[in-house]
Every structure is written in structure tokens, then in C-alpha cells.
Design a protein around this ligand. Sequence first.
Ligand SMILES: Nc1ncc2cc(-c3cccc4ccccc34)c(N3CC[C@@H](N)C3)nc2n1
Ligand SMILES: [Ca+2]
Length: 451
Amino acid sequence: MTKIQKLLVANRGEIALRIMRTAREMGIRTVAIYSEADRQSLHVRYADEAVCVGPAPSSESYLRADVIIEACQKLGVDAIHPGYGFLSENAGFASAVRRAGLIFVGPSPESIEVMGSKLAAKAAVAAYHIPMVPGTPEAITDREAAKKTAAQIGYPILIKASAGGGGKGMRIVEREEDFDEGMERAVSEATSAFGDGSVFIEKYVTSPRHVEIQVLGDQHGNIIHLFERECSIQRRHQKVVEEAPSSVLTPEIRAEMGRCAVEVARACGYYGAGTVEFIVDDQLNFYFLEMNTRLQVEHPVTEQITGIDLVKQMIYIAEGKPLDIKQEDLKINGHAIEIRVYAEDPANNFLPDVGTLETYVRPQGNGIRVDDGFEQGMSIPIYYDPMIAKLVTTGATREEAIEKMIRAIDEYRITGVQTTLPFCRFVMEHHAFRSGQFDTHFVNHYFTPDQ
Ligand SMILES: Nc1ncc2cc(-c3cccc4ccccc34)c(N3CC[C@@H](N)C3)nc2n1
Ligand SMILES: [Ca+2]
């Protein structure tokens, strides 16, 4: 066991601040990294020490693994927390951190590697009888054979890039006559996007819900799940509204999905915080899709209903501590909803809107959590994800969480940039959302930009 005394957070914005807050509660000293564009940002001011890692573009700063590791050695840092995005699912970085004698607050490079390839993930899981959509277990090498398999599976099918994920590198093929062209395009897109043209086929589940299970594993083989998050309200594979628990799962299906998620984690010897993604069809059948080996943006809704601080657990696990939480001790307490507040203009096809937060007043009160990285007067840098904040409300019931969300959105005062707040309010008021009857096509179905 190694007690971490000094932690470098290799990230920026709200997640960097969020991680540093937990570290501070644990008596751990914090080091921030920042690009020249983030010199004045909050996470830099909050940290005990801060290091400029380069110019604004991420490739020259937040992705500079060598500069980040060098900074650790210079400052006597023990561990690095990668947050999400940037280097958080980069097996090479996790290995380099290890080789430098530092602790990577995350899973092993091997787990990151396996789960980074959709096919390797499916192969690792195959022996565990986890429901997966019908499809080809291997990358397509023989197109005629693949065409036969597609006919057996039945159209529509999805052609997916093995190196893809998060919706990138997926093509729907509705009919057999479109197969050849669909395959051509899928391979060329995967080759240009990921440098890896290997693709596989799956039966397309037409109106799925996106439900994911949070798992926590320690370095002694203990793995638990912390129930599900529903993330079906997405726009172009960018989640906008997430909630925990899901409004459709029954206790039986929840327990079964949780068991499967733990088995997926076990299949790759997982430790740390991870998320197992499923899609759920309208008959409430669920299918394993992929595993994310990072802390996710939407992790707060899980924290709110379980009372577990996931960053604290990640740090304990990285220190080699055995989990001090038993599965049977975990209960769902209440309902939490998160909306992501982006500096984007819903009336202008959600284009990023640059500008300065002339007014920035957060909502407050019982059941309101705001994870953000900005103060009034700050401008939104154009170089990074334009997320301003995550607004999380927690109520005893889903209805109460929705009421709180509507009240909080109305209290949130932001001028100087357009934001997605009006769109989120539209969702909270919509009968399809309120009744729980929605799927991943919600935004396309119900939101026309001129509204
Ligand atoms: N066989 C099969 N059928 C339906 C699917 C539906 C999704 C999906 C999941 C979540 C949101 C979506 C929005 C539009 C289109 C698809 C989705 C999906 N995803 C999207 C990103 C990655 N997590 C995998 N895979 C699917 N696979
Ligand atoms: Ca993913």
C-alpha cells in the first residue's frame, strides 16, 4: 500500500476542480497542469502548485504525456489522475506513468488496451455468457461470408469499427443491396479516422435506450457495481441529460445487468472505476456494447444516489486499499438527474458559441449540485470542449428531481454566451421525458432547431 501525498491532475475545467476538491478532503496535495489558454482558470488557482505544459492546442499541452510525466518528476508527485478525455484511456500513457515509477489513478494498461478495441472486449467477455447483440465475433475478412452472416442476422445491421466508440465509426445498412457500399464506406471511414480499418457487424437494435453500469474494482479481485445511469437523451452521441436510476429497469433486470457488468470487469481483471455500456430494447432485453475504462462525465448522478465519492474510491484503489464497500450495503437512495450546460446555441444547430460569461450566477438550494470550472467574467476558450457546467439535482423521486431541475435551470443566470439551458428545460417539460417513454432518438424525434 502506498499513501499518495501529492497528486497531479492531468486535466482541466470542472473535472480537474472536482478531483482536486476530493484530494484536498483527503489531505493530498494537488498539482494542476494548464495550457497557456488556461492560465487564469479556476483549477490552476485552486491547486497547491501549477505547471504550464504548453500552448493552447490540446496536442501541444494536455496530451503531452512526456511533459506531464517530467513535471511529476520535477515536483515530487506520487500519482496522476487523468480525469476523462485527453489521456484517460491511453494505454501507452498509463504504461509510461508506471515506467516512471508513478501511480496511475485508473486501471492497468492491459485493461485499457483490451477494452479500447470493441472486438477484443467482446472476445474477452464471450466466455462469460453476457448478452450481446447477434453479430460477427471477428473483424470482417471475407465480405461474401459477412454478407451471408448479415442475411442470417437480418437487416437492418450496423457495421462498426473495432477501434471506434462513442458513436464514431458506425454505419447502418438497411437492406442487402446496400451492403457492399456500406462496407466500403465503413472500412474507409475507420481507416481514415482510427488508422485501423477492421470492422465487424451487429444486428441493429432500432430504438435502444442507453443504460450503463458503474463498476468499482480493487487490486485484490473485489468488484462491485453501483447501479445504472440512463443516458439516452443524446445529440450526435453527445450526452445531454443523464439520470440514475433508469426509469425503466425493474429490480430484477437491474440485478442481472449489475451481475453482468461485474463479470465484464472480471473478464479483463479490471480495477479502478469503470463503466459497462449496454443498450436496452423495447422488450427490456439488454446487450453488452463496450466498457469505458475511465471516470465518466456523468458520474455525479451515481454519487448522489449512493453517497459514494467515486474519486475518493479511485484514489484508495490506486493506493492498493481493498474496497471498504460491500455490494449488499449499497442501496439506491433517491433519484438524480444531470444536465450538461454547453456554450452552444440550440437555435443555431448547437454550434459552439464563444464569448465571455458577463453574468454567471449558479442556482443553489436543497438538492442542487453544480460542477463547473468557471466564474463570472471568464471567457470560454475555443480550444476545448465547450462544456460550462454540469447541473445535478437530487430528489426523493424522479418527479421531485425533475421539479428541482426546472427550478434550478430557471435560477441559473448566464449571459454573454448562448447555452443549452433552454434545450434542457424543453426536455424536462416534455411528456416523453416525464413519462420515461423515450429512447436514443429523442432529440431527433422531438427537437427541431427552429423551436
Ligand atoms: N447493434 C447496435 N444496435 C444499436 C446501437 C445503438 C447505439 C447507440 C447508443 C446510444 C445512442 C445512439 C444514438 C444513435 C445511434 C446509436 C446509438 C450504439 N452505440 C452508440 C455508441 C456506442 N456506445 C454504441 N450501438 C448500437 N449497436
Ligand atoms: Ca465508449
